[in-house]
Design a protein around this ligand. Sequence first.
Ligand code: ACO
Length: 429
Amino acid sequence: MTDSLTVRDNRTGQEYEVPILDGTIRAADIGKIRSGEDEPGLAVYDPGFVNTASCRSSVTFIDGDKGVLEYRGYPIEQLAEQSNFLEVAYLLVHGSLPSKDEYDQWVHNITYHTFVHENVKGFMEGFRYDAHPMGMLMASVGALSTFYPESRNISDADNRAIQIIRMIAKMPTLGAWSFRHAQGKPYVYPDNALSYTENFLSMLFKMSEPKYEADPRLVKALDTLFILHADHEQNASANAVRSVGSTQVDPYSAVAAGVGALYGPLHGGANEAVLRMLKRIGSKSEIPAFIEGVKNGNERLMGFGHRVYKNYDPRAKIIKKACDDVFEVTGVNPLLEIAQELEKIALEDEYFVKRKLYPNVDFYSGLIYEAFQFPPEMFTVLFAIGRTPGWLAQWLELTQDKEQKIARPKQIYTGSRGLTYTPTDQRWV
Ligand code: ACO
């Protein structure tokens, strides 16, 4: 068996041998197929990149049929259970687990870069009282490029490293201040004596007490959620970071593009929709009627189904367990019972079984976030903080990948050609 494709162009009768490498064919090889010397080469039409590999990557592996997710080869279940978010961030960015010295240095560096320039505070205060925290986060992370103009020197490894540390360190500060802004509460400065996740909770919820003390079970649960969201290979926001990063702009601008992509309801916003759905269902007795409506095509069961996973999303399993730990502290969210019953009924129903629809990461995460008393607008900010190391690992890989070029897709032109312009004094008579 030869690893190649024989393509016969029926327009010309010519045959082409197209090599297959890593289960893919190169679009450039397809471009060699022409119907005539002066004709453009054949192109591939793939809106949404449904079947197009845009890069080679060693960051995250997903097997959607088996429900497998690995960061740098380590199963997500082991990392969620035994590691912590900053170690996972190191793993994603550096490609291997840290030694004790490397870990201590990494945590020290990130802890000591959590503060932002006072002028950042000044411009964040300028947002309207009802500004969406994702809009504030996107603008403020992009604005950091003006505070670190040297960050545009992306070919320098040391320079890249410090910007990565700064961004992972400062995202919780920007996210927490966006939250405090919406609440009309004073911004809380970082506390370097606290862990990454404790410090984030302190910046969110501290009032007049001299030191904020979070319940360790809540800290662990939020840290686990950050780990679960840390990367997911070439998703829409990673693709946005890579696409903007391919212009060789600074990493703050590239990550701001990622935050923008995540802001959209088709990407980071589904957890909010799940919560609204559960509230609308209201009680277990209403579930059968709701499921009937879904099967009749009236609406979707939010938090179910995934483009890649055709099995239980491994992250959903872990979140389900984290729910128990959080509710032990906060009391059970009454919507949990509805969610569990909904899952049970759906997983036994032929409609969902046949289509391989399983709970995804968003099915239970909204319930946890609500238990923390986050308003729905904050859910995606939490996602963005968790996803930052993944965006940066993808960006770092891009900057060192010799095969990468500026992202510039083709189009199929459907407009007019060769029209003659008529000046306004003749058209507007
Ligand atoms: N409820 C009911 N039916 C569904 C659902 C659902 N949640 N998801 C898919 N289906 C059905 C479709 O109607 C379709 O049925 P058909 O073959 O009879 O037409 C079939 O399953 C395949 O669905 P597609 O839309 O083709 O699958 P796709 O891969 O394009 O969509 C998506 C994936 C968008 C996640 C979809 O499952 C969905 O809308 N789910 C609900 C929203 C959601 O939870 N999004 C979060 C995803 S996780 C994340 O982004 C972090």
